[in-house]
Design a binder for this molecule. Structure first.
Ligand code: MN
Ligand code: MN
Length: 274
């Protein structure tokens, strides 16, 4: 059940309206990482959610995002309003000025209509929570960029509030993922194929124009990771990918058994899933 209260979660005060900035703000109104997308993503995930605690969290945050949408919409409207009468202002966003009369519609900063294609809803709670952590990170960085492009103190304060809440949400979704207590690389029910899952394919090799070369980092040097160098040049192939009969040409190519040790820190092999 939804109920509207005639009060903003954060009272917006705009000193000087800036139609150019109002146009940028629309990105957080009807854009891919905007507030409507967040509100819909979490609320609809909540409808699908069978874990009572996480469902409560998704509905709480989904609803808070609707309050954010109201703040961003109010803020954008204040900045866009001069477009109705001033041709200079109208040039900042002819669509909003001419088709919308200086009001907000559910479009992004380039006038593209909002779409449910923005939403990531898989019906698998842990997968959805990871999407939500990423969505909050994107919302945070978009707010940060808006703050950097904004001169108005009152607007900046409202954006600071909204940006802060995205970090709060990000933490809550990360905590929810921990709360599920699943091994971090365990997704769904079918385990990945041992051996193949721990192979790192070094598919980009050579020295680039800027001196780029192969780098060593945990993903290719951690214990248990088996590096396959330039698989295409070695005519590397996966011969069988079923868990029990997994076989690649690496054994013959390397003259090595191709067996992996265990990556203790972060094994993706079923053996490491306990
Ligand atoms: Mn938000
Ligand atoms: Mn959020």
């Amino acid at each position: 059940m939804y109920h509207h209260v005639k009060k903003l979660m954060y009272t917006v005060r705009v000193g000087q309206a800036d139609p150019r900035f109002g146009n940028m703000l629309l990105e957080q109104f009807g854009g891919a990482n905007g507030e409507l997308a967040a509100a819909m993503q979490y609320s609809i995930q909540g409808l699908n959610c069978e874990n009572a605690a996480c469902k409560d969290l998704l509905m709480d945050i989904g609803t808070e995002e609707l309050s954010h949408l109201e703040i961003v919409g109010t803020l954008a409207r204040m900045h866009l309003k001069p477009m109705k009468k001033s041709v200079d202002a109208a040039e900042c966003d002819p669509l909003v000025a001419i088709a919308g009369g200086g009001g907000v519609a559910l479009c992004n900063s380039m006038g593209n209509p909002w779409t449910a294609d923005y939403l990531k809803i898989t019906g698998e709670l842990d997968v959805d929570l990871r999407s939500n952590v990423a969505a909050e990170a994107r919302a945070k960085i978009v707010y940060e960029r808006l703050i950097n492009f904004c001169d108005d103190a009152g607007t900046k304060e409202a954006l600071q509030f909204l940006m802060t809440r995205e970090v709060t949400h990000m933490r809550a979704f990360m905590q929810a993922l921990d709360y599920l207590d699943k091994p971090e690389l365990s997704i769904g029910a079918i385990p990945p194929t041992p051996g193949i899952v721990d192979q790192y394919y070094n598919d980009s090799t050579g020295i680039g124009d800027e001196g780029e070369s192969d780098m060593k980092a945990p993903w290719n040097e951690a214990e248990g990771i088996q590096v396959v160098t330039a698989p295409a040049f070695q005519e590397f192939q996966v011969l069988k990918a079923t868990p029990k009969a997994a076989k690649t040409t690496l054994d013959t190519l390397n003259g090595d058994r191709g067996k992996n040790g265990k990556n203790k820190a972060r094994s993706a092999s079923p053996a490491g899933r306990e």
